[in-house]
Design a protein around this ligand. Structure first.
Ligand code: NAD
Length: 417
């Protein structure tokens, strides 16, 4: 998220636009514009040199009309309270789009984890967990990993929370855990897999035969690799991929499995045999059927959107397309599968992890993947219908659907006290 733009103002602007479209009641608009609760905690941490350093952490709980708050915890030097508030609002919409029974939350600590030892990270994480323990809970707010946090931090938070509450082992307090303490099979691939289901459905709507489709992926990381591999398995031919070091292109096709091996060995896609090198900018403008931006924000902009030739843009990354680019793509009949839907596989399998934890039962990978397919396909079809009903692009349609669902739940529950 660019620090030049205040993310919370951006989130409010998006809400304003939807409010106009659906003629949202003024009072309800105000309810949705404000997180229900934002907690700021100071986190005194003993550093390896014996000194105490005080970090600042946040947990924002935006809305719980549809269920407990859900959202990740990020560690980054540029975390701000407004960023965390915005991300918690976006989680409300994302969970509503995926139609899973959660509201939106988000947490963060202002820190640079790359400059901290494992011991320092553990002490800071446990102290943060202690600080937010009173407002999180398996039925109230279930955190997850985000930027620069993962299974390790989730395990420490689960352990600290369980110890504080006096009963050992409450895996359902957090998701994204390692498998031995209640993580779910299929979680690693969930984002890419969910995206591949949305591409399959989009191709059906646009009457594209996957066997003659071509694919380009910007950002050959976790999400990009799984997404492109699974779209390739549907019959599409990958022709280009890139990472932070550059890109590769071969019109005749690139095997994703071979490219993964090459990247594992050399650290980059660059130098892949029998492929030409290509810049990230060129990749976005390639003649291809499916484009998967899976790296950074603001890649498809008002400047280059008119040159995008893909029929389907499936956003694995968060915010890769700017609002002005959205308008151009919509006019050019490119179907953009917005981030909130295309990368919703991650949070959906987080929900499955929580369900498995609550029931103390564990599903096979096939069960997880089948349930994910069912959920994401329904979400795609719901949004596609809203996009046709309201004559708006898929991003606006997903926001309309999400806000309508949260408003409906709020109205049915009513205000108390
Ligand atoms: P990652 O770090 O595994 O991969 C990111 C890839 O992008 C890397 O290969 C990196 O080299 C590449 N990259 C960086 N700068 C680039 C540039 N300028 N041009 C081209 N490539 C560049 O991260 P990830 O987990 O795959 O996440 C990627 C995006 O997907 C992020 O926006 C993230 O928020 C979003 N996302 C990921 C998940 C998930 O479960 N992994 C879930 C939801 C959203």
């Amino acid at each position: 998220m660019s620090q030049a733009l205040n993310p919370f103002e951006m989130a409010l602007k998006q809400l304003d636009e939807v409010a106009k479209l659906i003629k949202l009641d003024k009072g309800m608009h105000q309810v949705l514009a404000n997180p229900k609760r934002v907690l700021i905690v100071s986190i005194p941490t003993k550093m390896d040199n014996g000194e105490i350093k005080v970090f600042t952490g946040f947990r924002s709980q935006h809305n719980d009309a549809r269920g407990p708050y859900k959202g990740g915890i990020r560690y980054h030097p540029q975390v701000t309270i407004d960023e965390v508030k915005a991300l918690s609002m976006w989680m409300t919409w994302k969970c509503a789009v995926a139609d899973i029974p959660y509201g939106g939350g988000k947490g963060g600590i202002i820190c640079n984890p790359k400059e901290m030892s494992n011991g320092e990270l553990e002490r800071m994480t446990r102290r943060y967990a202690y600080g937010i323990a009173d407002i999180i809970g398996p039925r109230t707010d279930i955190p997850a990993p985000d930027v620069y946090t993962g299974g390790k931090e989730m395990a420490w938070i689960m352990d600290t929370y369980s110890a504080l509450k006096g009963n050992y082992g409450q895996p359902e307090i957090i998701t994204g855990k390692p498998l031995p303490i209640g993580g779910s099979l299929g979680r690693n691939e969930a984002t890419g897999r969910g995206l591949s289901f949305t591409v399959r459905e989009a191709a059906k709507k646009l009457k594209i035969n996957m066997k003659s489709a071509t694919l380009a992926v910007q950002g050959f990381g976790n999400a990009g690799q799984f997404a492109s591999q699974l779209v390739e398995e549907q019959g599409a031919k990958a022709i280009a991929a890139s990472d932070s070091k550059g890109g590769v292109y071969n019109k005749a096709g690139i095997s994703i499995a071979a490219l993964r091996k090459h990247k594992e060995k050399t650290g980059s896609v660059v130098g892949f045999p029998s492929a030409k090198s290509i810049s990230n900018e060129e990749l976005l403008e390639l003649d291809c059927t499916i484009l998967i931006p899976a790296a950074l924000e603001n890649q498809i902009t008002g400047r280059n959107a008119k040159n995008v030739k893909a029929k389907i843009v499936a956003e694995a990354a968060n915010g890769p397309t700017t609002p002005d680019a959205d308008e151009v793509l919509y006019k050019n009949k490119t179907l953009v599968i917005p981030d909130i839907l295309a990368n919703g596989g991650g949070v959906t399998v987080s929900y499955f992890e929580w369900l498995q934890n609550l029931r103390r039962e564990y599903w096979t990978e096939d069960e997880v993947n089948q349930k994910l397919d069912k959920n994401i396909t329904k979400a795609f079809l719901d949004i596609y219908k809203t996009h046709e009903d309201y004559h708006v692009n898929m991003r606006k349609a997903s926001m309309v659907l999400a806000v309508n669902r949260v408003v409906e739940a709020t109205n049915i529950r009513g205000l108390w006290p």
